[in-house]
Structures are given as structure tokens and as C-alpha cells.
Design a protein around this ligand. Sequence first.
Ligand code: SF4
Length: 485
Amino acid sequence: MSTETPDTAGAGDAPADGQPLVRVDGLEKYFWENNSLVDRLLGDDPVAVRAVDGVSFDIQEGETLGLVGESGCGKSTTGETLLRLQEPTAGRVEFDGQNVYDLEGSDLTEFRRDAQVVFQDPFSSLDPRMTIGEIVQQPLAVHDVGTEQERERRVRELLERVGLSVEQLDRYPHEFSGGQRQRIGIARALALDPEFLVLDEPTSALDVSVQAQVLNLLDDLQAEFDLTYLLISHDLSVIRHICDRVAVMYLGEIVEIGPAADVFEDPKHPYTEALLESVPRASTDEQDREIETLSGDVPSPRDPPSGCRFRTRCPKVIPPEDIDIDRAAFRAIMDLRERIEGRDISLETVGEDGQFEFEDGRLAVGDRSEFVATLKERVLDRDLPARDDAIVEEALAELAASDWEAAAERLRDEYETVCERQNPPLSGTGTETRAGAGTGTGTGTGMEKAGPSSTSDGSSADEDHPVACHLFAESGHRAPESDSR
Ligand code: SF4
């Protein structure tokens, strides 16, 4: 099938040698709450919801970059913002060397032709009042491409290419299965002969049996039409199926990026490790394996944790240097601290009916040490070293007087982790630099993030940021005592 639409030839020339087709640099997208006129009159300060918070990556022509992470981590907002479906808060996106946020007039129209999107939900993304012929033809009509006959011919070609019959042209979306509707969405995205597609969870609404068909179709179309993809998915198996490189997102930030084989076989970031660990294994040999699960929920992007954003869930969160405690025990104490800081423990329901009672916020009925022991049994699932056990009991005793702040302070004083003061820069240990990150040929750790990878005195950035634990393991450096910022 010819992919030339009547007058789209020449739209978006190939990028210069070595230039990525897409370059995202420090992209931020914040949504604002409490930002209405009434809020301002009432003196409420606007609150930023940091959906995307300083994301940088490149995508080379013909490459598929996977963007993976849990729901709500900012993947789709990244895709929409780089396509300029949403305006950014800060940062720059270059497409074919041009800043897309500076484009106007015919340049913007050309970008809109060259960069298309396939949406997640094939049920809601198609207008139920239009036939599929009209749906696929719509972008051609909007961009005034070709004559009526040329458009109709183009629609027929596209439908056949995505595996649908031209006999179905006059049917409506509800007459098709989920997989067929996604094929219609793909045909619509291809109508203007784009160079770049953002595939936003393209298979997550489909049955497993259909997912592979759609992924194989996307793979074939990429080779046939020289397409470049950003594939957004929470599903690691989907990412693994067709991606050349993978970027892992957590709470608005990219925490790891590198060639797919490296990231899957040798993940560096504890979050990536945990994501991979959580994938069910078919092998019976691995059924009894210990899974290092993530604790807690993803924090709110309204108030992300200080330092490393993953610290509230990280199984490898770093204990203070002077404390000798195993990783799991320290994680359990940090989880307890999180719950106390979030006042997320129901004190009134501790013990049997009538065993403990509170009046005016204090334990009025029941023995205080018994209360502490019962509460500890409920909120800690493991034994601690004697010293730490005593500290935790002191903190829990403060809760007998409902003094949440004193309880939190006791744990904070004792167990402040370097991870809450510093955010690892994720650069510097490997050979995959910002400039070479998009090549997919990095031979280092596979980590990258915009920003300097060395300091003025020539030391590597990870020496400056010892909290980059996952980089540290490789470089053999040791974390200094503390380094507040
Ligand atoms: S910096 Fe700390 S919390 Fe963040 S990933 Fe590394 S060990 Fe975990």
C-alpha cells in the first residue's frame, strides 16, 4: 500500500544525522488547585499537582521508547504535553529540531500531522455517531488533504492495512469488537502519514488474546512506514514486546532509562526492580520465591516526599550510618513513621471491646504499657533489635496521649534517612550520557537524567549525591555521613 497521502509528502523532513526525532528536556506539567478567583479572594494559596516534574529523554527516528510506571505516575500527561495537547508548565520539547511550543500557523499544523496519538480506550475515543469511514477520513478532511475521491481511496487502503474490510466502511463503532475498534483508531492515527505516534496504553482495554495481535500490527506498521513510537503502558510485558528502550516513571519523574534488555535483565533502580518483581512468573521453580513487595501507596503529587520520591516505599531505603539494622526492619520502622505522620492509625480500635478507652484524647481506661504492646503487635509485623524496639515503644507511648507529633518526632529524630534529604541524579556512573542516551547503545548503567554528570572539581555527580544507592553499588563509593540541601 502506498503511504503517500496526496499532499503530505515532504511534511517533517528526516532529522539531521545523530539528532533525535524527539527531544524532551526538563518537561514539567503542573495542574493547579485552589487557583480560582474565589480562592484568591479567600486568601487560599494555589496548590501545584506536579503530574510531570522535570522529565528528559530522547527518541531516535525509528525507535520505540517505552514509558512505564504505575497508574497516576504522569505517563499519559507526559505524552499529551509533548504532543502539545496540553501546554507545559516548563521545559522544552523538540520535534525534528524545532521547539514544538514555539510553533505557530503552518508549522504547528505540520507538527500536528507528523505527530499523532492512539488512545487507550477504543470505546470512548471513536465518535459513536460517525461511520468508521468518516472517522478515518476525518483527519484528512480537517487538514484539507486531497480530493474526496483521494481521501476515500486512502481510507480503504488504511482499513485494509490494519486488518479490517472495506465492506465495513459504513458501519458504526458499536458494531466492532474492542480489538477492531483499536485497529480503527490506529488507521485514523495513520491517515496523515505521520512520523511519530504516541501509543497511550493501546492494548490495556483489550482481551489478552487480542493484545498480541494489536502489538504485532503496531510492530509491522512501524517497519513499513518508518514510524517512531512512544509507547505508554503500565504493563511490562507489553513494553518488553516491542520497545527498544524503556523509561521508568515514578511520581512525575523518570527514575531509570536505558536499553530494554538492560533494564529488564539488570535493573538499577529499586523501583524498577520492584516493578519487575511484581510480574507473575510462569515457572514453577519461582513460585516460592521471596517477593520484595512495595509498601504503601503512591504518594500524592500534590505533596511529593522530600528527597527521593520513592523513599516512602523503597525496600532499600538507607538507614542512618550509625544504626545497625537490617533492611526489612528499617523499612518497617519507616512505614510506621509514615503512618504516624499521616495519622493513619485508628487508636480507638486497639484491643478488645472496652479494653482501652480514650477521653479528651488520652488513654483513660486500660494499662498504658499494655496498650503500647497491643498497638505494636498491630502496626509492626516483625521483631526489632532491642534498641530499636525501645525507641518504637517510646513513640507508640506518645500515642497513648494522642500526641502524634511527639511520636513522629521521636522516630524522625532517630531514623532520618539520607534518602529524605537528597534526590539521586541518576547520571554519571555509566557511559550512557544525555547526548548518547537516545542511541540505545549505551553500555553503562543505562541511567540518564538531564543535568551535569560531573562537578567542577572533576568528581562524578554520584559522589556528590551519595544517596544514589543504586548507582553506589556499582561505583563502590560509600555514602558520607550526611549532606543536607
Ligand atoms: S535514594 Fe533511597 S529511597 Fe531512593 S531509591 Fe535509592 S535507596 Fe531507595
